[in-house]
Design a binder for this molecule. Structure first.
Ligand code: NAD
Length: 252
């Protein structure tokens, strides 16, 4: 990196849901800026690992189901055993369930709320205990445009992402004075597994695309610069912010 403001050399990042999609994109961006990375996912992160190794960074793959609270402590312990510290946490792992609200099941409510918001809080809490030892850390939560809008057929997802925005602000209020910045990224409509179903629905795909001023769906690489900014000293006075990266969707 040409400027120390965005330099992550020697930093350690823990990225959840790093096997594919936006998590993979952000993990690569952080590695390119100099960070070593612990990838946490319930499937193998083989491809992301290989790409990070090609960049010359250290990387470990922790296979864990983050829906289970009992796995949180061991994920953090494994990362600390490998790298000795965690400077950056990216709470990215998330799921979505699509069903009209009138038929929505308790299971789909609980699973989405658990992974998308409960895990975000408790993983942040566990990692922050390590960050506080050094008085420095960066937590980046992945929210959504549905932190602002209600969406259609995705009530638990909208509720969980609204919670992510509020968790971000609540933790920023308590931890900014401890040297930890907590911010969120709200991605717009991005081409990943998460949006496969709506991209395959021709009518919805067209109507979504028509509202995006940038004229295209977002890509995992579109989050790299923002993730590096929020993980680096460049954002040391940015606290509790939800940064929309949506090709202009919210401006329309
Ligand atoms: P994705 O489905 O490609 O990626 C989700 C990742 O989370 C995968 O790596 C998956 O294996 C992992 N994951 C799922 N359940 C897990 C579990 N129980 N334990 C551990 N890991 C688990 O989707 P994506 O679009 O890359 O989503 C990443 C984040 O971005 C999510 O929080 C999502 O809600 C958010 N987001 C996506 C979009 C979009 O348009 N794609 C928009 C806004 C927000």
């Amino acid at each position: 990196m040409s400027t120390p403001l965005f330099d992550l050399t020697g930093k350690v990042a823990l990225v959840t849901g790093g096997s594919t999609g936006l998590g993979q994109g952000m993990a690569l961006g952080l590695a390119e800026a100099g960070a070593d990375v612990a990838l946490v996912d319930y499937v193998d992160s083989t491809e992301t690992m290989a790409l990070i190794e090609q960049l010359g960074r250290k990387v470990i793959n922790i296979k864990a189901d983050l829906m289970k609270m009992e796995n949180i402590a061991s994920v953090v312990e494994t990362t600390l055993a490998a790298f000795g510290r965690i400077d950056i946490l990216v709470n990215n792992a998330g799921i979505i369930r699509r069903t009209p609200a009138i038929d929505f099941s308790e299971k789909d409510w609980d699973e989405v709320m658990t992974l998308n918001s409960k895990t975000v809080f408790f993983l942040s809490q566990t990692v922050a205990r390590d960050m506080m030892k050094r008085g420095y850390g960066k937590i980046i939560n992945i929210a959504s445009l549905l932190a602002f809008q209600g969406g259609v057929f995705v009530p638990s997802y909208a509720a969980s992402k609204g919670a992510v925005a509020q968790i971000t602000k609540a933790l920023a209020n308590e931890w900014a004075s401890k040297g930890i910045t907590i911010n969120a990224i709200a991605p717009g409509y991005m081409a990943t597994n998460n949006t496969k179903a709506i991209r395959e629905d021709e009518v919805r795909e067209k109507s979504i695309l028509a509202r995006i001023p940038a004229g295209r769906w977002g890509l995992p690489s579109d989050l790299q610069g923002v993730a590096v900014f929020l993980a680096s000293p460049a954002s040391d006075y940015v606290n509790g912010h939800v940064l929309v990266v949506d090709g202009g969707w919210m401006a329309r």
